[in-house]
Design a protein around this ligand. Structure first.
Ligand code: RIB
Ligand code: CA
Length: 319
């Protein structure tokens, strides 16, 4: 089967890292590039983390392009649960791999226009604030013809927000970018908190992941252990929600997910509800749906999926 060409736009980030490590051992995916953005951490740090994760995953041939230094309009906010470096208390070697000279926005524009010229389409995986994709769209709207779909982690529909009462972090961190992307007409699959809160990475899972993941097991265990929110009242159990990795699982095991189409609106003016994502489930707006929102996840199936994928770091093939 021809590998799916993807670009991973991200803000590593502990869960971004787990998503990248999973994608690295998935030959069904052809990772054309990684485009870090200002999100969980300032850009300099998300770029450094992305370079380090490429080296950890032994995928240093994948180019990394630095994205937008800050959100389109609002002041930057940063993640609260990824530790000082964005990778918890994990210490990875200083990266030898260098970031590309071309910017992420130019890479997106050049790559997507070239794909469209060949009548090909690329899947964009958005694991952080969607600033890079939004700016690329504002500069060259025709890139939409080179995009198969955007599979994004972000938003909260029937769930409350995780950064404010109403907003999930990725959308709140750049609500104007999210508005641009949801208004673009590009097919979108939305993995919001409604989906990610169904899959808690619990301490018992961390032990399992550590036991199967060979040469990365120590780093993975530290990253995953740091991700434990220990907030049973909010999440119903110990552990942390597997946010970003669900984007990769959706691409590779879509049967584990159930979606519902709706028109999505992004609040980008209100002070109280800035960054809120509103789904028009019943066509009240009279506008066509613009997203497939994941409403149900087979959590056990997803955990088993990640165990199998990350166990590939123990096999000779990726040693
Ligand atoms: O709200 C979860 C999202 O915010 C994830 O992408 C996580 O990495 C943080 O960026
Ligand atoms: Ca992220």
């Amino acid at each position: 089967m021809t590998p799916i060409p993807i670009i991973v736009d991200c803000d590593p980030g502990i869960d971004d890292t787990i998503a990248l490590l999973t994608a690295f051992v998935s030959p069904e995916l052809d990772i054309l590039g990684i485009t870090p953005v200002c999100g969980n951490q300032p850009l300099e740090r998300t770029v450094r983390n992305a370079l380090q994760v490429c080296e950890l995953g032994r995928r240093t041939e994948i180019p990394v392009y630095a994205g937008c230094f800050r959100p389109m309009f609002r002041e930057p906010i940063y993640g609260q649960f990824h530790g000082q470096t964005g990778l918890g208390n994990t210490v990875l070697p200083d990266p030898v791999k260098a970031v590309e000279k071309k910017s992420a926005v130019d890479f997106l524009i050049d790559t997507l226009i070239a794909a469209a010229a060949l009548r090909k389409r690329i899947t964009i995986c958005c694991l952080g604030p969607m600033t890079n994709v939004a700016v690329a769209l504002r500069m060259s709207p025709q890139i939409a013809e080179g995009i198969e779909r955007i599979v994004m982690m972000g938003g909260a529909y029937r769930e409350p927000g995780n950064r404010t009462m109403t907003a999930e972090f990725n959308v709140l961190a750049d609500p104007h970018a999210a508005h641009v992307v949801f208004s673009s007409g590009i097919p979108i699959v939305a993995l919001a908190l409604d989906a990610t809160h169904q899959v808690m990475l619990k301490p018992e899972h961390v032990a399992q992941f550590s036991s199967v993941s060979g040469r990365i097991s120590e780093t993975l265990a530290k990253l995953m252990a740091f991700w434990d929110r220990n907030d049973v009242r909010r999440y119903g159990s110990r552990g942390g929600p597997l946010h970003d990795p669900l984007v990769i699982a959706y691409l590779l095991a879509p049967h584990l997910f159930k979606t519902e189409r709706a028109r999505v609106f992004v609040e980008h003016e209100s002070e109280l509800c800035m960054g809120q994502t509103v789904a028009d489930w019943y066509g009240k707006s009279g506008l066509e749906p613009n997203a497939d929102i994941v409403i149900r996840v087979d959590a056990e199936g997803v955990i088993a999926f990640f165990l199998e994928r990350l166990s590939r770091y123990a096999e000779k093939a990726v040693a």
